[in-house]
Design a protein around this ligand. Sequence first.
Ligand code: PLP
Length: 393
Amino acid sequence: MTVPAAPISFAPALAELDARGLRRRRRTVRRGNPESAEIELDGRRCVDFCSNDYLGLAAHPQVIEAFIDAAQMHGVGARASHLVTGHQTEHEALEQELAAFTGRERAIVFSTGYMANLGLVRALAGRDAVVYGDQLNHASLIDGGRLSGAKLQRYPHGDVAALEQQLAAQESGTALVLTDGVFSMDGDLAPLPALAAACSKCGAYLAVDDAHGLGVIGETGRGILEHFGLSPTQVLALVGTFGKAFGTFGAFVAGSEDLIETLIQRARTYIYTTALPPAVAAATRAALAVSISEPWRRERVLALTRRFRELAGAAGIKLGPSETPIQPILMGSADSAMRASNVLLERGFFVAAIRPPTVAADTSRLRITLSSAHRDADVEALVAALAAVVSPE
Ligand SMILES: *Cc1c(COP(=O)(O)O)cnc(C)c1O
């Protein structure tokens, strides 16, 4: 039997996205001076208030030098996956340094944070498991749960009491709780001490994705566990990424010897993919070292964050409870967020409008991120522009 081929047309779905103000567009960026927060966006000069390069390490001279030296020494590509011949001296050294940095027995490097989360969740949660996730978790944790085939339960944002009820109702199988450390679109922190206590009481595994906390929060930049004074034993698996505060690319999971050994056996996004280029591992080692030896970068971005909040508060701009360099301003509709973003761009500031499906309907927002690469004057001028754009008329 032959089925007449229906004409394939993507046009209606795209037109619908246009009609709802939800079409995503890429903009092409050029950097004149990589150490500055100034960029050219589609040819227009502006200050970038959207990068995750919180410590300005993406263009740090020592990081660049480590990258170039390692590329000359090892070549560009890793040539194979980790379980074949891709796992090289730079990866091994980076893993040991990450284990030391996070105070854990061992760490394993993944090619991206997205892959780390998919691999971790699927390795820990089989079909008989229940995976619990905060409603505002990063997409990669949500997708990790979906791909695992486990039963999924979302709990309301930060609501540990609701999570405990869900955990108590589980009758059998593994329980795995997943949370962002610093929530990527809101900048607030997971209630980690209470989450850890609930997991310990109910015998659940706890995995924390601290992509936006590592390098930034905690007395010495060791992220949300240090911020709350938690011991590594209270969180089974810690996920970190290199593309945020460390300014490079890639990710890791840190935990016990047995956890990491299990991931080597079972994490499919680790096993069936080419290893990270060794030069990226080398650059990340340099970035990790600089994040420790130049604590002024962390102090600077946090001071700029406080300054931003002070100025915005004085200008009557409503902010959320975030104390981190992620500072969202809720706008409501996708349209109003887009309009505000466009006006800011005309005034020389790039602040992305974050719309559904990245955030819930009616919580479209401007998402500002601060970096140690910003100048005081950049932040002052941004707030002045924001005051004109987002304050109630
Ligand atoms: C950015 C991010 C990821 C993804 O990391 P990549 O290395 O960019 O794939 C995962 N989790 C969180 C919370 C993130 O912010």
